[in-house]
Design a protein around this ligand. Structure first.
Ligand SMILES: [Fe+2]
Length: 238
């Protein structure tokens, strides 16, 4: 079957599923895309591997119905966001440092949740207004995580995010060490991978539930701190 036909069939199938079932389908497609991008399935013939990856990459945004009609790369914005003041960034930076001791290991990086300043800023009108102007009304998911990649070999393999981080506002607080080795890579369908290098204070706003992405591994002496806010587009099928 042609990949485009299969994408349409999966999209139709997805529209008939419950939210929980659709999350499971998303997980399966995410595992498929991530595994193929990570070099698994090498024994499978190249054309079939490519067709499988293309199918998974195109199907992930379609799980959200008509809400990703113009899906291209999944990137909504990249740069210094007008929604954070210098003071906002300074308090996030301080809180991130203070919460490092509470961070728990999640796969190959560290995560701290429930920090009050991050939570409050994730609910701020300025972020909501900015996102609404780009993608229509959004709802915060009350999820705000500090992320730490501050030991050699930390990173995260290709994946898509859970529903709580459907629309992800990911802000760099610190990336120490020169040259910077670890990078965020997005894998939109039918395109070159996007290599994202955020400076402190810069944000990437992207549909993390739809575009496969990874952070490559840190090297000795490298330390990265980020803060991640989760939103959903209103009426999302997910
Ligand atoms: Fe992610």
């Amino acid at each position: 079957m042609e990949p485009s036909t299969l994408v349409d069939r999966l999209s139709q199938f997805s529209s008939e599923l419950t939210t929980a079932e659709r999350e499971n389908l998303k997980f399966l497609l995410s595992m498929a895309a991530g595994g193929l991008l990570s070099g698994h399935a090498r024994t499978v013939a190249e054309p079939l591997r490519k067709a499988a990856l293309t199918t998974a990459q195109h199907s992930l945004p379609k799980l959200h119905g008509a809400l990703r009609p113009a899906f291209d790369t999944g990137v909504v914005f990249c740069g210094r966001g007008p929604f954070f003041s210098a003071d906002d960034l300074a308090v996030l930076d301080r809180e991130s440092l203070a919460y490092r001791a509470r961070a728990e290991r999640f796969q190959d990086h560290y995560v701290a949740s429930g920090a009050p300043v991050a939570r409050e800023l994730a609910l701020s009108q300025s972020v909501s207004d900015f996102l609404a102007a780009k993608v229509g009304p959004v709802l915060p998911t009350y999820k705000a995580n500090y992320l730490y990649y501050d030991e050699p070999g930390l990173g995260i393999d290709p994946h898509v995010d859970k529903d709580e981080f459907s629309l992800n506002v990911l802000t760099m607080l610190e990336h120490r060490a020169e040259p910077r080795q670890s990078e965020l890579i997005l894998y939109p369908p039918d395109q070159e991978a996007l290599r994202i290098h955020l400076d402190p204070g810069e944000s990437l706003v992207f549909f993390a539930d739809s575009v496969t992405h990874q952070r490559t591994r840190t090297v000795s002496g490298e330390a990265i701190r980020l803060v991640s806010f989760g939103y959903r587009t209103i009426g999302s099928a997910a």
